[in-house]
Design a protein around this ligand. Structure first.
Ligand SMILES: Cc1cc2nc3c(=O)[nH]c(=O)nc-3n(C[C@H](O)[C@H](O)[C@H](O)COP(=O)(O)OP(=O)(O)OC[C@H]3O[C@@H](n4cnc5c(N)ncnc54)[C@H](O)[C@@H]3O)c2cc1C
Length: 283
């Protein structure tokens, strides 16, 4: 009989961990406190209720290899339209459009930046591509705006170019976004050459199918995805336990702020959901 594993938090990280465990032969219970698996990958109806809009991931770039691997594994790879060549449309306030592509010409002729700013942005992209992890970590006390200014970007270049990438990716404008997070996102998105930056666009809102696909996939392998279940995470001062609990091993993937100190008596071979229901794990 396979061993059981419990994964707490049904966001992308939890889903990926659950899939890895299931592939390795574990019977996995994936636990999510919200009503749908997916975490930050979620969709909501627009105010008229006519279309579902994605919150969280709006695009996947070619460099997101693990994400594409997960889509392939869950059998939903066909719901992403991958660009054969990079093409990013920019629209001005007057409705005029300019597309950034892979050719140097598309950048040299990009009308929303002055000639000087094109030069600054090109140099900025080069510098960001060379950033080492340790250098990125040191940016943690700066905002993205402060850091972009430090690397020679003008206010216009920040507003007309960098903001278009930082704000959608981090859900914060450059004024408030962490420089360390922005630098990592920008390096991954732009620092590996245009082929790695090509967009993958979801043909159906990601939040409407990812969670279902994950639950189905786990179910087919003897596991399950449970929603509306909030785990009280055992472990001292928010540290997740890694040791086997009874016959189940715990994998805890929610953000640390959601971790709770252990309850006296511990969870045994299950855990107590916040509403007091005890969930057993066989195996
Ligand atoms: C507006 C926005 C735009 C984005 N755009 C992009 C993009 O274009 N491209 C890209 O690659 N990335 C993008 N991202 C980032 C990407 O969506 C996230 O990095 C990713 O979804 C995070 O996944 P996660 O599993 O680490 O965390 P989460 O998605 O936060 O998942 C954690 C889950 O754990 C659950 N949980 C927490 N505590 C408990 C508990 N005690 N019991 C049970 N469940 C619990 C939570 O409810 C949550 O569902 C964007 C994010 C946002 C917010």
């Amino acid at each position: 009989m396979p061993s059981s594993a419990l994964v707490v938090g049904g966001g992308l990280a939890g889903i990926a961990a659950a899939c890895d465990l299931a592939d390795a032969g574990w019977r996995v219970t994936l636990l999510e406190r919200r009503r749908r698996l997916g975490g930050m990958v979620a969709s909501f109806p627009d105010p008229e209720g006519t279309v579902e809009l994605d919150n969280g991931e709006h695009i996947a770039i070619e460099a997101c290899r693990e994400l594409y691997a997960l889509f392939g594994r869950l059998g939903v790879g066909d719901r992403v339209r991958r660009q054969p060549r990079l093409s990013i449309p920019f629209l001005g306030p007057d409705g005029r459009r300019a597309d950034l592509g892979e050719s140097a010409w598309s950048f040299l002729s990009f009308r929303f930046l002055s000639f000087g700013d094109r030069w600054r942005v090109a140099r900025g992209i080069g510098a960001i591509g060379r950033l080492k992890d340790a250098e990125i970590a040191r940016l943690d006390n700066l905002t993205a705006r402060e850091w972009l200014e430090d690397i020679g970007q003008s206010p216009e270049a920040i507003a007309r170019f960098w903001e278009m990438f930082v704000c959608p990716a981090l859900n914060e404008p450059c004024e408030r976004a962490s420089a360390a997070l922005a630098a990592r996102v920008l390096r991954d998105a732009m620092g590996r050459g245009p082929a790695e930056s090509r967009f993958g666009l979801f043909t159906v809102p990601l939040g409407t199918f990812l969670g279902e696909a994950a639950a189905r996939w786990l179910g087919e392998r003897g596991g399950e995805g449970r929603t509306r279940e909030c785990a009280v995470v055992a472990g001292s001062r928010g540290r997740a336990p890694d040791a086997p609990v009874g016959s189940a091993r715990w994998i805890v993937r929610p953000p640390p702020r959601n971790a709770r100190a252990p309850r006296r008596g511990g969870p045994g071979t299950g855990w107590r959901s916040r509403c007091g229901r005890r969930v057993g794990l066989g195996g």
